[in-house]
Design a protein around this ligand. Structure first.
Ligand SMILES: N[C@@H](CCC(=O)N[C@@H](CS)C(=O)NCC(=O)O)C(=O)O
Length: 214
């Protein structure tokens, strides 16, 4: 049986969502952030030394890293559904968009949050990341201007990865100038799988990450 370790208000929401979209059986173990530091509790550190969410356990293995977990679950637990394999015409696009969330979009947003949490202080640093954040969001905005989902072949796990990142962007006030991304997020939230994930994983409140946003 697949075990999904889920931390409240975190990117492990994606894995709950993925499992719900796939309709696979899984055991859900919930962990709570320290409300002051937002760090994960010892219970997660006992599963993996990094104590990060998401973490999964399957057939005696403990696996971390969202992108790796997504590919593992789709291919090992669901016969490749919601992924795209090497034979698919949009395999390359799938891999790119799957990796884009954690590889390109999130790093700038993370710096943006830490900058706000620590009271700023280095305009050069934030100036650099502001450009990155805007450029990356514009790139996704252009892609989604004329598409329902990021791939022409339809909904995929890449949309799940992007969806949570754009929820984070939204709470950082970064979607205001991107109407196609706001409409995309609304489409994702309207999916039954997304709704079931909120029911099972618990409500998500990312407002704790909106420091410094007016
Ligand atoms: N690159 C990792 C990042 C994992 C990560 O930073 N997870 C956050 C939750 S959004 C976490 O566990 N934070 C709690 C902590 O670091 O103590 C991934 O994509 O899974």
């Amino acid at each position: 049986m697949l075990t999904v370790h889920h931390l409240n208000n975190s990117r492990s929401q994606r894995i709950v969502w993925l499992c719900e979209e796939l309709g696979i059986e899984y055991r859900l173990v919930k962990h709570q952030r320290n409300p002051e530091t937002q760090r994960s509790p010892d219970s997660l550190g006992k599963v993996h030394p990094l104590g990060k969410a998401p973490t999964i356990e399957h057939k005696g293995q403990v696996i971390i890293e969202t992108d790796a977990i997504i590919e593992y679950i789709c291919n090992v637990c669901a016969g490749g559904r919601l992924s795209r394999g090497p034979a698919a015409p949009d395999y390359a696009q799938y891999l790119e968009w799957l990796a884009f969330s954690e590889g390109s979009l999130f790093p700038g947003l993370g710096v943006d949050l830490i900058y706000a949490w620590t009271g700023g202080g280095n305009a050069t640093l934030m100036g650099f990341y502001d450009v990155e954040i805007m450029k990356n969001h514009q790139y996704a905005e252009d892609r989604l201007q004329s598409r329902e989902y990021v791939l022409d072949s339809g909904f995929s796990a890449a949309d799940i990865n992007l969806g949570w990142t754009f929820e984070f962007s939204e709470c950082r006030g970064r979607l205001k100038t991107f109407p196609a991304l706001r409409a995309y997020l609304a489409r994702l939230r309207a999916r039954d799988g997304y709704k079931r994930a909120i029911e099972r994983g618990g409500p998500q409140d990312l407002s704790v990450f909106s420091a410094g946003v007016s």
